[in-house]
Every structure is written in structure tokens, then in C-alpha cells.
Design a protein around this ligand. Sequence first.
Ligand SMILES: NC(=O)c1ccc[n+]([C@@H]2O[C@H](COP(=O)([O-])OP(=O)(O)OC[C@H]3O[C@@H](n4cnc5c(N)ncnc54)[C@H](OP(=O)(O)O)[C@@H]3O)[C@@H](O)[C@H]2O)c1
Length: 276
Amino acid sequence: MANVVVITGGGSGMGLEAAKCMPKEKIIVLSGRTVAKLEKAVNALTELGFTAYAHACDTSNRESVRELAEYAASLGTVKNVINAAGLSPNMADGEKILRVNALGTVYVNEEFAKVMGPGSVICDISSNSAYSLPGFLTNMAKKSYPLAESDEAAYLKKQLKLANMAKTDYQKSGFAYALSKNFVCWYARKCAFAYGKKGIRVVSLSPGLIATDMGKLEEKEGGFLIPFTAEERMGRPEELGFAIATVADERNGYLAGVDVLCDGGSTNGKEFKKGK
Ligand SMILES: NC(=O)c1ccc[n+]([C@@H]2O[C@H](COP(=O)([O-])OP(=O)(O)OC[C@H]3O[C@@H](n4cnc5c(N)ncnc54)[C@H](OP(=O)(O)O)[C@@H]3O)[C@@H](O)[C@H]2O)c1
């Protein structure tokens, strides 16, 4: 039976770049909401010699995710899931961002864990924004993280109350984004311990500002981070694609229950580049 890689948000950006770093004997399933984008990406992978399929899925809809998981399992053994689907502050309001980035991660991890077995990996894509929140806010937010699995409405209400403490609409979306990505790190850690006995490794990876469509859209507001990176530049999509593919590779078997911060150093740069 062939091994299958599933990449949500795989029609563009880092997800698509990660696909290009996969072993060619694996079947690749690219997923997202826009079929035309997925088909273009599948054609590009096919030209490179990959076996790839497009399958539409909105990760903020559990049924849609369940259907994607069942489709992937019908193609072979689901070995690697990269959950790169996401919305950024300039793309949507706080509720939509939390539904896709946070609740979408719950649906992806839960539904795929049902069809995955020993020696498989889930890599949830977070963000260095997860590290940007004041400590008191993270501590308050964390108290309601478990609600994402048991009472979605209550989870959303509590997270949006925190996000809406910000002044402007953009800042509110920005707070919701940071909260959603802080949740992704927490939830991936939680799942690592929940699924470890089944042999499913779970890990998150947090990119910094990367020159994808999303990164370019956020560059005006997020560009202040560039001087804090070690090389004072944005990341390239292909650099992150390689990092994600490596973290999600089953041979990287002891990397679990942790977030891999791949941000060019911008989070630590605040300590070492104080003059900027
Ligand atoms: N670029 C950065 O600077 C940066 C920094 C930190 C973290 N990240 C994270 O990295 C991940 C990949 O982003 P990227 O930079 O590669 O941007 P991207 O090219 O915009 O990729 C995001 C993908 O997610 C898909 N998507 C959005 N909502 C979805 C939904 N509800 N269901 C399924 N797919 C959905 C989009 O396709 P459709 O619109 O067709 O669905 C798109 O292909 C995201 O989670 C993002 O938050 C990015």
C-alpha cells in the first residue's frame, strides 16, 4: 500500500513548498477551499514527477475534514499530515480566524488520528505570533483552551473577549490570530501525549514572516520583525517548505510534544538586537 501525505492549505505557500520536498514514492493530497488553485498546484507537482491529487476541504468544517481524512485513507496509508491551512489578520475577522486556525486544527488532528497508525506524523503549522502575547493574556487565554474540544461556542466567546480588548479592527484580528496560533502550539503538545501511545507523533512548527502570499499581505504590519531576525530578512517559502517537510518526516521520530520555532531568530532577536 502506498504512503500518503496530506497537506491542508497545500495549494500555495509553505504547504506547497513542503510538498516539493516529499519523497516521490509517496502520494500527495493537496487540500484547500479553492479548487482552481489546488489543480494548478497539482499540475506543478505532476510536472516535477510527483503523484498528487487535489481534494477540496474547508478545515473550519468538521464534516469536510472527516471526508478529507476518509478520502486520503482510501488512497493508502496516511503517514504524514501537514496542517498549513490558515487565515491571517488582514484576511478575516477574529471569529473566522479562530474557527479556521484553532478549531480547524482540532478537527484535523481528531479526524486524522482516527485513520492514522503507528509511525505516522501530524505537523500543525502555528506562527511566531504565538510567542508575541503578553504573559498575563496567554495565561488567561489558556484557561479556556480545553473548551475548544468540549464547548466551541464558549471557547470562541472567551477568546474573542480577549481579542476584542484591542483598539482597532486590525489589532482585534491580530490578537485573535496570535491567540489562535498560541492555541495551535498548546493543542499540538496536548495531542502528542494523547496520541503517543498509538504511535502518532504530533509536533507544531512556527514560521516567522515568510514571503508567501500571506506574508506579503502582512508585511506592512509585520515587517517590524525583519530587523530582529539574524539575517535581517523575510524567510523564503522554500526554506520553510524544507523545514516543515523535515519536521513532518517519520524518520524524525523523537521530535514530539514541542513547537519548532523557525522564524529567522526574530523572537530571540528582541533580546540581542535591542538597539533596533
Ligand atoms: N507567511 C507568513 O508570514 C506566516 C507566518 C507565520 C505563520 N504562517 C502560517 O503558515 C501557514 C501557511 O501560510 P502561507 O504563508 O503558506 O500562506 P498561504 O499561501 O496563504 O497558504 C494558506 C493556505 O490555506 C488555505 N486555507 C485558508 N483557509 C482555509 C480553510 N478554511 N480550509 C482549508 N484551507 C484554507 C488557503 O487556500 P484557500 O484560500 O484556497 O482555502 C491557502 O492555500 C498558515 O497557517 C499561516 O497562518 C504564515
